[in-house]
Design a protein around this ligand. Structure first.
Ligand SMILES: Nc1ncnc2c1ncn2[C@@H]1O[C@H](COP(=O)(O)OP(=O)(O)OP(=O)(O)O)[C@@H](O)[C@H]1O
Length: 582
């Protein structure tokens, strides 16, 4: 439980204010139980004959109801403030995680499965309510009530104070023991929930492959197993939650019983005033209430704490490329591009033995189209990831316009970049918004981009043309159409540096050739790097970089490389053979 209190998720003054107010209101509502019990005992005593008379009875009862009303108001205020605090913290945590996720970039983000991200950002954060809105404010204000009751008992009746003080350590010890077991169980349950999210996502994404390979049933079996694991861990958590409730309830009953017996005996012997005994008897359950609440809510609170741990882990993951995010240097980039230089760059993915790029050096200038070729896994996409700032080299340096990439204001540099990724994405919006990114563009500009990318033929076939909603249900784009959409985006952006990762992979040969004819002059008008498997674009490039096993094994003009009869020549011979077969 101490570990939870150490992780107060407060980071803004507003959150601190709301939390303190909520805790104060909750503590005050708790403390009012003292006058409440006091006035009730006076009212009850006044009913007996020879007591203070009707007037005192009425006054005590009025005060009792006034205190109850004040408590109700304070509890409502405390609840409202706690909810406000919870929604502030949840909103901030969600924003911080999404912002950090965006800053980490795709390479780092993939270190956690997509399903885990989904679980954290939806169920995980929403599941923090019990922790943030109930557990924390109550826990912060709860110490005040038992201390006040103990002090009151010490003044009124020493023996009751001794019983109250003496029983608490046992209850805390029992709770700590159950809590330790519950911590492991709740953490396992949270992990099972993450796994479940991941497997569901795998099935939805990979249904084609799973069906064709006859693995969909097996996958359903896996989901059943994971779901069963989640069910079992949830049941274990619930068992422990019931156990901790049972332990605290039992112990509380025994302790209250002890207080009642000691008070009763002395009352019978006439050694104690009725009102004093009655008020202490009323206060005894309130004394144990915070511990009972802690026991009952511990498992829910642990879920919130587990989510907070994930939040901290994500925020502590260092952002790969950018050493200085704000106030970085801005290289001069002209519309014709910028000089990009790799000097002895070696890149290793976390945990990988072999580097993905090894001692790679080259230089590209403005108005130059460079094709990067090489077998699968050679490090071509990694080269682009380095340039985009998604992964940081282990050694060596990258210079943009003479400025080291590490010192660059990456946000400003990325505004000059355009990218056609290997698997282009589309968003739930109209085709026009997908091409323009919602930026105001003239019809002529959009038209030019459509023609250049070959997307115009696709638009003609769509029911509402450019205003067709891409919703994934009625209108879906094929792989080649998505690629053309990405190219249209690139052309419309007019970047100084164009990066393309297999831009024509899903296109048929005729479409590819037609596209290249239009695209190559455009690419040559800026700094362009195109990763290609299909080598016709490489033949049209100003220069070719050949990667193999992470090393830059050849570079030069395509005609020079062909004459050298090296890697590129061999690749081209194979490629031509495949093309003839195709
Ligand atoms: N996120 C990653 N984590 C760990 N290793 C990775 C990661 N991405 C790529 N690799 C490894 O780095 C090496 C280079 O991968 P990269 O994707 O750059 O190759 P590529 O030349 O683009 O391949 P392809 O042509 O198949 O796309 C490969 O061995 C790959 O397994």
């Amino acid at each position: 439980m101490r570990s939870i209190s150490r992780q107060l998720p407060i980071s803004t003054p507003q959150e601190r204010r709301t939390f303190l107010l909520a805790s104060a209101a909750s503590a005050l509502a708790g403390l009012l139980v003292l006058p409440q019990a006091w006035y009730l005992s006076r009212a009850v005593r006044s009913v007996f004959p020879r007591a203070d008379g009707a007037h005192a009875w009425f006054a005590a009862l009025t005060a009792f109801f006034a205190v109850i009303a004040a408590r109700a108001v304070l509890m409502t205020v405390a609840k409202w403030l706690s909810q406000r605090f919870a929604s502030h913290v949840k909103r901030r945590i969600r924003r911080e995680m999404v912002e950090h996720m965006a800053a980490l970039g795709p390479v780092e983000v993939r270190r956690h499965p997509a399903g885990a991200w989904r679980t954290w950002l939806t169920d995980g954060i929403d599941g923090m309510d019990a922790y943030l809105a109930s557990y924390l404010p109550q826990a912060a204000g709860s110490a005040a009530v038992p201390i006040a009751i103990l002090a009151f008992a010490a003044v009124e009746d020493r023996l009751t104070a001794v019983i109250l003080a003496g029983t608490v350590p046992f209850m805390v010890l029992l709770l700590v023991l159950v809590g330790q077991a519950a911590q492991k169980a709740t953490d396992r349950r949270f992990e099972a929930l993450e796994r479940l999210g991941g497997h569901f996502l795998d099935v939805v994404r990979g249904l084609w492959t799973l069906k064709v390979f006859g693995r969909s049933r097996a996958q359903v079996g896996i989901i059943e197993r994971v779901a069963d694991d989640y069910r079992r861990t949830t049941m274990k958590v619930l068992r422990l939650a019931f156990l901790s409730s049972l332990v605290t309830e039992l112990f509380t009953m025994v302790s209250i019983g002890l207080v009642a017996v000691s008070l009763g005996i002395r009352l019978l012997n006439g050694r104690m005033d009725f009102a004093a005994a009655f008020v202490l008897l009323l206060l005894a359950p309130e004394y144990y209430l915070p511990i009972r609440n802690a026991g009952a809510q511990y498992h829910a609170a642990r879920d919130g704490a587990a989510m907070l741990e994930r939040h901290r882990e994500v925020l502590e993951t260092p952002i790969p490329a950018v050493r200085q995010r704000d106030g970085g240097r801005t290289p001069f980039v002209s519309p014709q591009g910028v000089a990009i230089e790799f000097r002895h760059v070696t890149v290793r993915y976390p945990g990988a033995e072999k580097p993905a790029l090894e001692d790679v050096s080259f230089r590209i200038g403005p108005r130059e189209l460079v094709a990067v070729v090489g077998p699968s896994g050679a490090g071509k996409s990694t080269l682009l990831a380095v340039l985009l700032g998604f992964i940081r080299p282990e050694s060596g340096e990258v210079f943009i316009g003479g400025v080291p990439l590490d010192e660059i204001d990456l946000g400003a540099f990325r505004r000059h970049l355009g990218l056609v990724a290997q698997e282009p994405t589309w968003f739930h919006a109209t085709l026009r918004d997908n091409v323009t990114w919602n930026e105001p563009r003239s019809d002529a500009e959009v038209r030019e981009a459509l023609v250049m990318s070959g997307l115009d033929h696709v638009v003609e076939r769509l029911p509402a043309g450019l205003d067709t909603e891409l919703d994934g249900e009625r209108v879906q784009l094929s792989g080649g159409e998505r690629q053309r959409l990405a190219l249209a985006r690139l052309v419309l952006r007019r970047p100084a540096v164009a990066l393309l990762d297999e831009p024509t992979r899903s296109l048929d040969l005729a479409t590819e050739r037609a596209l290249e004819e239009r695209l190559v002059p455009w690419l040559r008008a800026r700094t362009s790097i195109a990763v290609v498997h299909r080598l016709s674009l490489a033949l049209a490039a100003d220069r070719v970089l050949v990667l193999d096993g992470g090393r830059l094994v050849e570079q030069g003009r395509p005609e020079e490389l062909l004459l050298a009869h090296g890697y590129f020549h061999a690749m081209l011979s194979r490629y031509r053979g495949e093309e003839v077969l195709a």
